[in-house]
Design a protein around this ligand. Structure first.
Ligand SMILES: Nc1ncnc2c1ncn2[C@@H]1O[C@H](COP(=O)(O)OP(=O)(O)OP(=O)(O)O)[C@@H](O)[C@H]1O
Ligand SMILES: [Mg+2]
Length: 307
């Protein structure tokens, strides 16, 4: 019997029209916060919708606590809370009202118990002080937190959260990251993002999806170790800086009294005069990994651009 909370085997999905968004995905998730990284179009939302029983897979299987997402979707739904990428409706309603309605849909039929859970959940996500406010008067971060609240209200052991931080300011992003770390202590959370820094320290396991395939799975530390030797720092004159930027993927660029200090990633050798960074950030490690696959940021953007 497998220990995994969520498990996929040979999971694949081809949309009508023939585009294969997922291809042979094998993943196993235990307790805690699991980060799903990947560029735009990698297949993250497709994978999440399949796990949440909203999209039937074309091939392979996915299970939640051993229940199959296709043949046992009722059991799976009871175990899951889902925050979709585009959560944000209900603008004319008050926060508490929205949560109460969604709690009823999630099966909390007993009124007294439901009211208690609504109050507890609003407090948990820090929205208790705005319970009477209309959704349209909330900040972007508050709307995302309301999204988390509706996913949590029936106390599911598994939370699936898709790109939670799009459009949030840095402070709200940090708050969100901390909340996910906290919630991941006694649950399984599958969280997708393409902003690597959003995973934060609470994330112990991750996978990297690229064009529908898992290209890395393991602890963030493994990705960091692989990046050593492929992340560099260099200080050069302003003109030389432009040359470095044209040739390498530069992650940061700061003016100094002498010129420009830059950090970047490279799939092969370091630029002349550069020093290897010994402790890269997770974002740098991610970019270095993608570069080693011939997938620079520029190449990915070109691929995304409408032809
Ligand atoms: N309903 C659909 N019909 C056809 N193709 C789709 C559909 N939804 C997604 N796709 C395609 O499948 C691929 C994977 O999409 P998906 O939304 O799963 O990626 P993602 O990793 O979530 O991307 P993002 O970071 O932009 O949210 C993309 O190429 C996308 O264009
Ligand atoms: Mg998506």
């Amino acid at each position: 019997m497998s220990e995994a909370v969520i498990e996929t085997r040979g999971l694949g999905h081809t949309y009508k029209g023939g585009h294969t968004a997922l291809d042979g995905v094998d993943l196993a998730l235990g307790k805690g916060l699991f980060g799903l990284l990947g560029p735009n179009g990698a297949g993250k939302s497709t994978l999440m919708r399949i796990i949440c029983t909203l999209l039937p897979p074309s091939r392979g299987t996915a299970t939640v606590f051993g229940h199959d997402v296709t043949s046992e979707c009722r059991e799976v739904r009871a175990l899951l809370g889902y925050l979709p990428q585009e959560f944000g409706a209900w603008r004319q309603h008050r926060v508490e009202e929205v949560l109460d309605t969604l709690a009823r849909l999630s099966g909390l039929s007993d009124k007294k118990h439901r009211h208690e859970r609504v109050a507890e959940t609003l407090e948990l996500v820090g929205l208790d002080s705005v319970a009477d406010r209309k959704v349209k008067k909330l900040s972007g971060g508050m709307v995302r937190r309301l999204g988390v609240a509706q996913a949590l209200v029936h106390e599911p052991p598994v939370l699936v959260v898709d790109e939670p931080t799009v459009g949030l300011d840095p402070e709200e992003r940090m708050r969100f990251r901390q909340m996910m770390g906290r919630l991941g202590r006694d649950r399984t959370i599958l969280l997708s993002t393409h902003i690597v820094a959003n995973l934060g320290g609470g994330c112990q396991a991750m996978a990297l999806l690229d064009r529908g395939e898992v290209v890395f799975e393991g602890p963030p530390d493994d990705l960091l170790r692989r990046a050593v030797g492929h992340v560099f720092e260099i200080e050069v004159s302003a003109e030389a800086a432009d040359r470095v930027e044209a040739e390498y993927e530069v992650v940061s660029r700061n003016a100094t009294p002498q010129g420009v200090a830059m950090r970047g990633v490279t799939a092969s050798g370091l630029p002349e005069g550069a020093a290897a960074v010994e402790s890269p950030t997770l974002e740098e490690a991610y970019l270095a990994f993608m570069a080693s696959r011939g997938r620079s940021e520029a190449a990915r953007q070109e691929e995304d651009a409408p032809s």
